[in-house]
Write a protein of this length. Structure first.
Lengths: 402, 402
């Protein structure tokens, strides 16, 4: 199938971060040509008063939980977890599949073309990914064997899932040891071994709350990142979610090992985790920062446009400095930085890249006025996911507004 | 004209905060009947999978500035003001009218039915209000005579505007002395005198930045609120915008005089004003808190749904406590609290109230699942202004999604 997008304002996210008017021709799942394109295509999209931009990449989600929206607002973490666990106790594999469908529909509706997930039974998530045509980096959640309610051994289940989906066009399997308070050294190192054996990424929650840091120090004498480094877990395969409570020493360790950050500002703020991920220091030390929603139970939606705005404003507020972030930096987090982290040939609109593209309706009043100069500002600060008119993944239209 | 909304999930915001299924019948600009209604109406709205809720009330805006979206992001306040002033230098009355039209279109699109404005030449804003059919509480901005570039005396212009629009159905005039750093005692007391004479409200910026507080203390020996109290300016006519930097003493003064707060979380965070309005203490001391966007130059949109989420999350984050705010509290700020502040017979869906109603499309994935139990959570935490399908002001449909 071929698609021609005519006369759009293209936010390329190429190395020059060009914003320019033009056409985009898509063929065989790739961006074939950009500029003034005169070809016949199977489908033509009118780009007039539209923005074409790279699809957004959400690096932290638990997508099956989408059906739990609104079950645990405005309560402390203890009550939050109680409510989630109570639902999970009675959850079937079909619930996981249906929750995943809901979440994927929302992501496609709001301009996300790729997501990283962590949950048990990612085979059900994979089924929903294939049904809907999004790109999923799916991490089977692993905890110590005595903590699991899954049948079988968690690391074995995870490895079987990886074997099953290795080489799939849309599903990229990875392994997802849950956190230092649910995975001991053996589970973490076994996870690492599986990742190395199958050349996959690893995703894990790191330093989300003060309690996690406090408890881990009490138990091991070390902060989570120090301990993860000591046991040899850290590498450039690791995407650490949250990382709110880090010292400068930990940031330097993470940076030296090439660990990627998945920043989840909306979830962190809603849960009242306190403080804020030390973004300026992470950037100063060369860390690759990306953005995630976390599940809808703490977000409460999967709108990456909203996450971009929260990320930008949280740090301005935290540092009492409007220059602490800027729109281009934040858009990079959600596009090129994330693509680099996932080793995915996407994140920008350039010839030869995967055709993961979002078309925004800039006729909506929240996108006006629109110029080359304020397009990125509008994307980060005024537009939201419901401005999305088309979502294209792998060269196919997977969402189209009625 | 009569309108019948059939089978909607109604978030009433009545004294019991009922959420219930039913019909709403609107006649002659008022809510005539709620429940199971069997009448013929000029226009019928299918409420199936829709939420009907009171229109949102934005208590702080400078709507003509909407055409400046994105001109001053990620810069310090000095550079921010420079860029705004540079545009304002060359601004015509027609620009003010057109900017107002843009902003009003955006407000109606995103579910705001009433707004409070502060700007010069509010006669142009009033023209746009009448053209578009929104409800405007329009405050002619007043500064000391030597600071103005307007023709004539600012307080006189303001009074003339009040006289012209007194008793209008949609435009309620008020007076808007700008701030303590632009209005001396004489200007403030003259503004108060005009407000009392014509029975209008007053709106003013208060304690937005540390600099404002520092400079005022240096000049007068008092913090802004202490000084405003001393000169006799404070009363229950006053809506104070921002109020980020208040002491507990000042909160008690404001509360004792009945001053209303317009909280602008998104603007404050984006400008890096620092800290956060001391919301818990203001509520503990019985202040009436409402919400505003501020202009798009610092917001960068006019979406009150987004402002509600920022308000909720800012204070959870600031206090490291997810219980610092809750969805019902925040929805109250934007509806019943604001209606009370404006002495407007609106803010809830009850028989006899003005028919200022918003219909949200809950078929969008960000609103699903939807139940009576999570409807208010979804409104505050997951829905945004582009979920709006119809906006009704004064019994007339002023926005309808195509």
């Amino acid at each position: 199938m071929s698609i021609l997008i005519k006369n759009a304002l293209i936010v390329t996210q190429n190395s020059k971060r060009d914003v320019k008017e033009g056409d985009i021709y898509i063929e065989d799942g790739k961006i074939a040509e950009i500029g003034k394109v005169n070809v016949e295509a199977d489908f033509v999209i009118d780009g007039n008063k539209r923005i074409a931009m790279p699809g957004l990449i959400n690096t932290h989600n638990h997508v099956p939980m989408t059906f739990m929206r609104g079950i645990a607002d405005d309560v402390d973490l203890f009550e939050f977890l109680n409510r989630v666990w109570k639902v999970e106790e009675n959850m079937t594999k079909e619930d996981i599949y249906r929750g995943s469908l809901m979440g994927i529909e929302e992501m496609l509706r709001t301009g996300t073309t790729t997501f990283v997930d962590m949950y048990s039974y990612e085979d059900e998530v994979a089924r929903a990914v294939k049904d809907k045509g999004i790109r999923g980096f799916l991490g089977w959640a692993v905890v110590d064997e005595e903590l699991t309610t899954q049948g079988g051994t968690p690391v074995k289940n995870a490895e079987n899932f990886i074997k099953e989906y290795k080489g799939d066009e849309l599903v990229t399997p990875l392994i997802a040891p849950h956190a230092v308070y649910t995975c001991g050294e053996e589970t973490l190192l076994k996870s690492k071994e599986i990742a190395e054996k199958h050349h996959t990424l690893i995703t894990i929650h790191i330093a989300e709350t003060r309690k996690e840091v406090y408890d881990h120090r009490k138990k091991t004498g070390m902060r989570p990142v120090e301990w993860l480094d000591k046991i040899g877990f850290l590498s450039n395969r690791v995407i650490g979610a949250h990382m709110v409570w880090l010292t400068l020493h930990e940031i330097k360790l993470l940076s030296s090992k090439g660990v990627v950050a998945s920043h989840n500002p909306t979830s962190n703020m809603k849960l009242g985790n306190g403080g804020a991920m030390p973004l300026p220091e992470m950037l100063q030390n060369g860390m690759n920062v990306t953005l995630g929603t976390d599940s809808v139970v703490s977000n409460n939606n999967l709108d990456m446009f909203e996450v971009m705005k929260f990320a930008a404003l949280l740090h301005k507020n935290e540092r009492w400095d409007p220059r602490a972030t800027n729109a281009q930096m934040i858009l990079d987090f959600a596009t090129v930085n994330a693509a680099k982290a996932l080793k995915l040939n996407a994140g920008s609109i350039e010839e030869g890249k995967l055709a993961d593209i979002v078309i925004l309706d800039a006729r909506e009043p929240n996108a006006q006025p629109l110029t080359k100069d304020n397009a990125i500002s509008n994307i980060v600060y005024s537009i939201n996911g419901l401005n999305v008119e088309y979502t294209i993944v792998n060269g196919k239209i997977v969402y189209k507004k009625n």
